[in-house]
Design a protein. Structure first.
Lengths: 263, 237, 464
């Protein structure tokens, strides 16, 4: 616990507050002020900031004082789970994580192999149409599929998107540490494309693999820092729930299948 | 050295053999034992209930009686936590503030004292039984005692220690056991189930207050378990 | 005792004795504990991570004005409309107002404890909107008209059979009690709701000051859909959710997932900074963020307990609390159960009315140990007890403790107590187990130990 000297006023002398009625007027009275007259939104902002500044005039105890562990001074990278030191190690780590999460991950050696793999997938799953966005990898993929494609680069009907069995997107990064795919609405064709269709296929390049979460956030900052897209998302595995008896079920709302192809 | 023992109320009245065992162990190790007649209580019940002023009335007597002690050994982890960890907070901003810190610095729980201060782990004891160990919550999480009792038990001949699956509160919690008896009982039952799962014959602890509650349940529900304080196992016969 | 205290004691008494309930909760939480420990072990330095996480939240909360201002500036720069609510009523009015101004009829919601806190759903329904919870667990308890049982696992207390019955009754669609099939039923129903909804309401786990974004953590993808499809998006969050930098999420997201659900990271962690921007082809036309105080500034003013605002709502403390594990989430009768609930509820809703939650703890400290942001939970419970007793002492307890002091401190009086204790114990069998037994609270379920024939002090006194 805490020494009284770091807090003012001291334990015994404090006036305990009774928050009887969590209304604004009650709160004002409790703090010893006359409740102000009815105010508009801007004034509410000022009220809140006023209370915050008043509250912060007292210093709180330093964090973790009550807990034995000392400041480690380590960087986040040294606290989080270990990552690989080479591309091969990180690819293996990503693969391991992805599989554990029930996502499919394939490292492909050529554009041709991607074309063949996609065509096989199309036939195996019986796709009659697809949804995607414009991009170097996705353009080639859509061409290879030879199916009608709903592109989200221009205005589209979400009802039509809902009918597509697969959404094919690119991404910003793959994170080895967690098996995550990093997308934004700029790199992956909007907000809905990567989450509405029941199968999400991600096309990535080898140079997009990063070791850990700190690197992924640094990448986003470097790439978009001047002008962020309105959505950044870390996707880890297909959609899942354990809400019924803690039994894992995939495809609760988002995609039931997540397939990641890395060229 | 001269070891000043603090014997809490429940040990005095219900489990004097625990205090006797501690005196015998310390004297066998060549130390002189002192034990002030009063007070009988560290002040924790009032403190835990929020009546700090009334708690201070009791705790101040402890400070007074123990202020000149060379070292203070407390026969219970929960009272130990009160004196070592909470006395400085209880007396902060009062005239006793400095004394509370001084006394606190001299406090040890019994098993902690043997192992960490005296460096003793082998008392030549023998207890050929299967045993599981209950860590009192204040011992474990306020005083950070975990290894000391285990080191002591490792040297007891014939003793087989089997750990419970989880280190969970037994449900005593002092006044909690009286304020919320049904929750307290349920927690005690969970504890007994964990102990039974280990197939141990004895639940051993450094906290007689916990054992009082567990034994009370064992007796009422006629469970095939017995409780014992660690000092009783270590004492020379 | 307050009404809330009476209800708590009554429910706690009933559920503590309910072995089936105990079994269900413990099975669920033991499964979680295995996964949590696995993921904790993956961290190179879990304790170091806790310390850094505590420092990050400390920095944010103790400079709340600065970071909140930065957060709002970033949001507004991208066209987000930011609203401020000091009270629950104001927040409800604001959100109803936004929905009305957008001519909404149906609203889809993703999980938001803050919305529970202000009873948003009732207000929206009263105002004539259809509100659908999209998180599966919340969806189930909404159908059952129950409160969520746990802040992370709302339907933890239900068996598949009970859920099947609910779906049969309310949706007329329950092919079996297989979790997979039940989930698909919910998916089918909710998919249509996403597509039709005019307004999507979400909560937020974090508010990133540096980049002006909210961050939402989930596994199902329902929040992603809520933020993608409806024309209007409203996010409600408490002012204390602020963190300084985007990169702080690199630490906080895996910690939240590890202790919250036993996962290294949750399925979807998404940051939103504004409505649909120029050049974007989907997303809400309007994005509103409602910032809620609701007595958080009062907690902030209590410097001793300010760290309770560090809470990232992970549920770790609930999961280890032996009281929670025995009485369950509904018993508390509040939005936030368990240890964190015991700490903040008396301060947010009334100390005298809710102090029983701070007393309903054995102070075992497992919560303090489990908290990823190092909130000093167990000690705050003690402080609440102190504050409540100082403010309104209970006469009989005060007298009892006052009388105890001289008895405990005086050699002669203690000798008397020892002798009386032995006598009392001889007479005790006459009243044992009966309601007027003075030790009834103990003897109802437990035997009392015998007072020793010779107390320690008596033995000590007669030594040479």
């Amino acid at each position: 616990m805490v020494e009284a000297t770091t807090i003012s006023p001291k334990f015994e002398c404090r006036n305990p507050r009774e928050i009887r009625n969590p209304s604004r007027d009650g709160l004002w009275s409790a703090l010893g002020f006359e409740p102000p007259a009815a105010s508009h939104c801007m004034s509410e902002r000022e009220n809140i900031f006023g209370r915050i500044r008043e509250a912060l005039r007292l210093t709180a105890p330093q964090p973790g004082l009550h807990d034995a562990a000392p400041r480690s001074g380590k960087r986040v990278t040294d606290l989080l789970p270990a990552v690989g030191r080479s591309f091969d190690e990180n690819v293996a780590l990503f693969h391991k994580n992805a599989v554990e999460l029930k996502a499919e991950f394939r490292l492909l050696s050529s554009a041709e192999e991607l074309r063949v793999t996609l065509a096989n997938l199309r036939d195996a799953d019986g796709w009659t149409r697809a949804a995607s966005h414009s991009g170097q990898l996705t353009d080639a993929a859509c061409q290879a599929l030879g199916l009608p494609v709903l592109l989200t680069d221009t205005a589209f009907d979400k009802i039509e998107l809902e009918k597509c069995p697969v959404g094919i997107t690119e991404c910003d990064a793959l994170v080895a540490q967690t098996g995550s795919v990093v997308v934004t609405n700029r790199s992956a064709g909007g907000r809905a494309l990567s989450v509405l269709p029941p199968h999400h296929v991600v096309l990535a390049r080898r140079d997009q693999l990063v070791a850990g979460l700190p690197e992924a956030f640094a990448l986003l900052k470097a790439r978009y820092g001047a002008d962020y897209p309105s959505m950044l998302s870390f996707i880890t595995g297909p959609s899942r729930t354990g809400d019924i008896e803690r039994i894992l079920v995939l495809g609760a709302h988002g995609p039931k299948k997540l397939t990641i192809f890395c060229l | 050295m001269t070891v000043t023992l603090f014997i809490p109320c429940f040990i005095d009245l219900f489990y004097p053999q625990v205090g006797v065992a501690m005196v015998k162990i310390l004297e066998k190790l060549g130390h002189r034992v002192a034990c002030p007649e009063a007070p009988a209580c560290c002040g924790q019940p009032a403190f835990n209930t929020g009546y700090w002023h009334e708690s201070r009335a009791v705790a101040a007597k402890v400070l007074e009686q123990f202020k000149d002690a060379e070292v203070i050994v407390i026969a219970s982890g929960s009272c130990g936590a009160m004196m070592k960890v909470f006395y400085p907070d209880l007396f902060a901003g009062t005239p006793h503030a400095q004394l509370a810190k001084t006394v606190s610095a001299k406090c040890y729980e019994f098993s902690q004292f043997l192992v960490e201060k005296l460096g003793v782990t082998d008392l030549g004891a023998r207890f050929p039984h299967k045993v599981t160990y209950h860590d009192g919550c204040h011992s474990l999480r306020e005083m950070h005692i975990h290894d000391a009792p285990r080191k002591l038990m490792a040297s007891v001949r014939g003793l087989e220690l089997i750990e419970m699956q989880q280190a969970v509160c037994c449900g005593f919690g002092g006044t909690f056991s009286a304020k919320f008896p049904m929750i307290s009982t349920a927690m005690g039952e969970v504890k007994c189930d964990l102990a039974l799962d280990t197939t141990a014959e004895y639940i051993v602890s450094s906290d007689s207050s916990c054992l009082m509650h567990i034994q009370g349940l064992i007796d009422r529900q006629r469970k095939p378990l017995k409780t014992l304080h660690l000092a009783e196992i270590l004492a020379p016969s | 005792m307050s009404t809330a205290a009476v209800q708590f004691k009554r429910d706690a008494r009933r559920l503590s004795a309910d072995r089936r309930h105990r079994e269900i909760i413990n099975t669920a939480l033991n499964k979680y504990a295995v996964k949590r420990d696995e993921k904790k072990a993956l961290f190179q330095d879990w304790e170091g991570a806790r310390q850094l996480a505590a420092e990050i939240k400390w920095e944010a909360v103790n400079h709340l004005d600065r970071y909140l201002e930065q957060f709002v500036r970033g949001l507004e720069a991208r066209g987000t409309q930011v609203h401020w609510a000091s009270t629950a009523q104001q927040a409800r009015d604001l959100i109803v107002g936004i929905a009305r101004s957008r001519n909404a009829r149906s609203i889809v919601k993703s999980k938001a404890m803050t919305a529970e806190e202000i009873h948003l759903n009732e207000a929206l329904e009263k105002a004539g909107f259809e509100v659908v919870e999209s998180d599966l667990g919340e969806f189930i308890v909404q159908l059952r008209e129950e409160a969520p049982y746990h802040i992370v696992f709302p339907a933890m207390h239900l068996t598949r059979g009970e859920i099947r019955e609910t779906f049969e009754k309310k949706l007329h669609d329950a092919p079996s009690d297989e979790p997979e099939e039940l989930t698909m039923v919910a998916r089918r129903v909710l998919r249509q709701k996403y597509l039709q909804a005019d307004v999507g309401i979400t909560g937020a786990n974090f508010a990133v000051a540096e980049t002006g974004m909210i961050s939402i953590t989930e596994n199902e993808g329902n929040a992603r859909l809520t933020a993608a499809l409806p024309k209007t998006m409203i996010t409600l969050l408490g002012i204390e959710k602020v963190i300084p930098r985007l990169e702080d999420l690199a630490l906080l997201l895996p910690m939240l997932a590890t202790v919250g659900a036993g996962q290294l990271i949750s399925g979807y962690n998404t940051m939103y900074g504004g409505p649909r921007q120029a050049g974007e082809t989907d997303g809400p036309e309007e994005f509103h963020v409602v910032l809620l105080d609701h007595n958080r500034t009062a907690l902030l003013a209590d410097a001793e307990q300010r760290d309770s605002l560090h809470c990232i709502r992970c549920g770790a403390c609930l999961n280890v609390c032996p009281i929670y594990r025995n009485v369950g989430g509904h018993t508390y009768g509040t939005t936030y159960p368990g240890p964190i609930g015991g700490v903040i509820t008396p301060n947010l809703r009334g100390l005298q009315d809710w102090k029983h939650l701070s007393y309903a703890s054995s102070l075992c400290g497992a919560c303090t140990e489990a908290c990823p942001v190092k909130i000093d939970l167990a000690h705050h419970l003690l402080q609440n007890r102190r504050n409540a007793s100082q403010q309104k002492p209970s006469l009989w307890q005060k007298i009892a403790f006052k009388l105890f002091a001289p008895v405990a401190n005086c050699r002669v009086l203690w000798i008397l107590v020892t002798k009386l204790g032995r006598l009392g114990q001889k007479l005790h069998p006459l009243v044992l187990g009966k309601p007027f037994d003075p030790a009834y609270v103990w003897t109802k379920t437990r035997d009392l130990p015998p007072v020793a024939q010779q107390s320690f002090k008596e033995w000590w006194r007669q030594r040479p």
